[in-house]
Design a binder for this molecule. Structure first.
Ligand code: SF4
Length: 287
């Protein structure tokens, strides 16, 4: 078989956060690269602007604003572009800490109809500054400020934004890349849009560097991270078979090492509550 010379192979665009010094195998870095790849390809003809900031997303090269200010920054940018008659789509990628702090800006920008896609890589911790809890930290997970965890339901950002002017919201996971790709494309075509991607964090969650996707898959398959979307007035859960238990999900990470059998029952109760809420939404918004 003839060997293909490098010059004969088709050129391909490669997206990398080369300056961010992420941990090896950082799931946030993987998610960021996937989002950039899909969004740049899907919006290629419209010359998109993609920026952001987060622990595994890019702490310097992509960093263009302060904590929690991305959405107000985008409002200013969109206004300036409108004045100059520039029409280019904007995608921002940041972390759950950013959204937690900037939730008011985000909800108001959506409510006022500013059209952009906001993607959150959710590692459930302020990982760049000591791994303390955020509003999306799962119940009973150990963080640097909650060594014994806390039985507190997280904020569900997509559900909040569904009622704040979003045209599209969804959850996603890098363990299900085709679903992720479909959702990024659907979001790009329905602005304002919001997607929350589960991105475990190696040191904050406590698993081996190569197991990020495996931990994400366990989260989805145990019901701890349900995949759903709100699109064109219809709320739908993705039909993922429950192949894993909450116990197996918890056993994959040291942030749950302190859990007792009773704690596990509480976590199963949390999954049951979430199932029930999402089931009601699916029934109520079935189109
Ligand atoms: S601390 Fe977590 S989010 Fe930050 S680079 Fe490492 S794995 Fe990624």
């Amino acid at each position: 078989m003839p060997i293909k010379m490098v010059m004969e192979t088709e050129p391909k665009r490669v997206f990398m956060n080369v300056t961010a010094n992420q941990c090896p195998g950082c799931p946030e870095n993987l998610a960021t690269r996937l989002v950039m790849h899909i969004a740049f390809d899907h919006l290629a003809k419209q010359d998109p602007i993609i920026f952001g900031q987060g622990c595994g997303i890019g702490r310097d090269f992509l960093q263009r604003s302060g904590l929690g200010t991305h959405d107000s920054g985008i409002v200013g940018l969109l206004t300036a572009m409108q004045v100059r008659d520039i029409d280019r789509p904007i995608v921002v990628i940041d972390g759950d800490g950013q959204v937690d702090i900037g939730l008011e800006d985000l909800a108001t920008a959506f409510q006022q109809g500013y059209k952009y896609l906001h993607v959150v890589c959710d590692n459930q911790a302020h990982a760049a500054s000591g791994s303390h809890a955020t509003g999306s930290t799962q119940p009973l997970a150990r963080t640097s400020v909650r060594p014994a965890g806390k039985l507190r339901h997280p904020k569900h950002f997509p559900l909040m934004l569904m009622h704040s002017g979003a045209e599209y919201v969804a959850t996603a996971s890098t363990s299900h890349p085709q679903d992720l790709e479909r959702k990024i494309k659907a979001a790009c075509d329905r602005l304002p849009a919001f997607i929350q991607i589960l991105t475990p964090c190696n040191p904050s969650w406590g698993y081996d560097d190569h197991k990020g996707v495996e931990v994400s898959r366990l989260a989805v398959e145990s019901g701890m991270w349900p995949l759903y979307e709100w699109k064109d007035g219809v709320f739908a859960r993705q039909n993922i078979p429950r192949k894993a238990t909450v116990k197996e999900y918890a056993a994959s990470q040291r942030r749950y090492a302190h859990l007792t059998e009773d704690d596990l029952k509480l976590m199963e109760g949390y999954v049951g509550d979430l199932d029930s809420t999402l089931g009601k939404l699916q029934k109520g918004f079935s189109g």
